[in-house]
Design a protein around this ligand. Structure first.
Ligand SMILES: Nc1ncnc2c1ncn2[C@@H]1O[C@H](COP(=O)(O)OP(=O)(O)O)[C@@H](O)[C@H]1O
Ligand SMILES: CC(=O)OP(=O)(O)O
Ligand SMILES: [Mg+2]
Length: 386
């Protein structure tokens, strides 16, 4: 019987799934739900010739979304949900557990322990795993942690400049995230190329890839650091946070909530956590602050890689926003980066699409990353080893 793997990808603003036949990596069904937590979430599901598109109320979060996905598979795929051999989750953070493994109680406990550092991700995954168990009591559930691809980052790049005993005791260091997206770019462009993978979505990060391996990434101990995110802060002077806590009389919980809900694009603009709204409102300060931050990370990775061959844009913002790519690349002219203004407007599906001009010294691509494929491969390899 064919091995069929269902991959669940719970993002900070989206819920995606893909259902693979691992014999030939064909996709049995796939889909995406946008703007989870809003009253007007949009879903688009596909299986063979069957398509389902609807706008629905997802203000209660990921629960309704999961039910819709399971119902779609059950009604439209051969053998319904009984055809599923294993389920892979694009899980985010469990500290030292950063390798593919069965999601057992110990893994859930670790995810729980780190929930406070990844509140937009760990809690929804724990909830999803518990719900999925009810629908699939006899199916193996496998974790493919976003941190795993970054195990190759050298110690000098992952160490934080704090007391070394305390750092060791609590595992305080850079872990890095978005491993599924960045490893897809590494897989597509090959190990000969020095790649800067720029993944911009609800959560955003930049990764330096050399020899097919991650050598640095903008996210650190938590997926809240590095670039500004949808409503999460990114890099900020920690002393500004302490000052604010004192001034506003904030508890640790208040501060955490502030940093994860009233910051990033939403906090800076006061308009929305969705870049489309910020572009519509022409809030140039926010667009400039965001793109400036991305350009600086790319340039800092020149020092890491020595030479940049490929810049790959992915994620909801990275794939779709023309102005963001234009602004980021306009600061990279000194590297010989030149975009093709026509190709830049193209919206590719499938393979990476080159948007740099023939004269450009660095190749720039839009890469519709297949995070689910990387999770399916990890899940399959893990299941085979058992
Ligand atoms: N055309 C567009 N222009 C600018 N931003 C866009 C566009 N389409 C989608 N986005 C942004 O992409 C985000 C979703 O990206 P995605 O990579 O799916 O995020 P996540 O995985 O973190 O949920 C949305 O929050 C939205 O801000
Ligand atoms: C860190 C992470 O996995 O982010 P997201 O799924 O929100 O893109
Ligand atoms: Mg994502």
């Amino acid at each position: 019987m064919a091995c069929k793997i269902l991959v669940l990808n719970i993002g900070s603003t989206s819920f995606k799934f893909k259902y693979f036949n691992m014999d030939d990596l064909s996709v049995i069904a796939s889909g995406k739900i946008n703007s989870v937590f809003s009253k007007n979430a949009g879903c688009n599901f596909l299986s063979g010739d069957t398509e389902k598109s609807t706008v629905f109320d997802a203000s209660d979060g990921y629960g309704t979304c999961l039910e819709m996905i399971i119902d779609f598979i059950d009604k439209n795929c051969a053998d319904g949900i009984n055809g599923v051999s294993a389920i892979g989750f694009k899980t985010v953070m469990a500290g030292g557990i950063n390798y593919p493994c069965v999601i057992d109680d110990a893994v859930i406990e670790k995810m729980q322990e780190y929930s406070a550092s990844a509140p937009a991700h760990n809690a929804p995954y724990i909830e999803a795993v518990n719900s999925v168990k009810k629908y699939f009591p006899n199916v193996t559930l496998v974790s493919s942690f976003e941190t795993a691809f970054h195990n190759t980052i050298p110690d000098f790049a992952s160490v934080y400049p704090i007391d070394k005993d305390i750092a060791k005791k609590y595992g305080i260091r850079k872990y890095g995230f978005h491993g599924a997206a960045h490893s897809y770019a590494a897989y597509k462009f090959g190990s000969e190329k020095n790649i800067v993978s720029v993944h911009l979505g609800g959560s955003s990060s930049v990764c330096a890839v050399k020899g097919g391996k991650s050598v640095d990434v903008s996210m650190g101990f938590s997926p809240q650091s590095g670039l500004p995110m949808n409503n999460r802060c990114g890099d900020i002077d920690v002393f500004a946070v302490l000052y604010l806590m004192e001034k506003e009389n904030m508890s640790i919980d208040d501060a955490r909530k502030f940093l994860c809900t009233r910051c990033g694009l939403y906090g800076m603009s006061g308009i929305s956590n969705d870049l489309r709204d910020i572009e519509k409102a022409n809030d140039t300060l926010v667009i400039d602050a965001f793109t400036y931050s991305v350009s600086k990370y790319i340039c800092s990775y020149l020092a890491v890689l020595g030479k940049i061959d490929v810049i790959s844009f992915s994620g909801g913002i990275g794939e779709n926003s023309v102005i963001v790519k234009e602004k980021i690349c306009s600061r990279l002219k000194f590297l010989g980066v030149e975009l093709d203004s026509e190709k830049l407007k193209h919206k590719p599906a499938g393979e990476p699409y080159k948007i740099s001009s023939d004269k450009s010294k660095v190749e720039v691509y839009i890469t519709p990353v297949d995070e689910e494929l990387m999770v399916a491969k990890n899940t399959y390899a893990f299941a085979e080893r058992r």
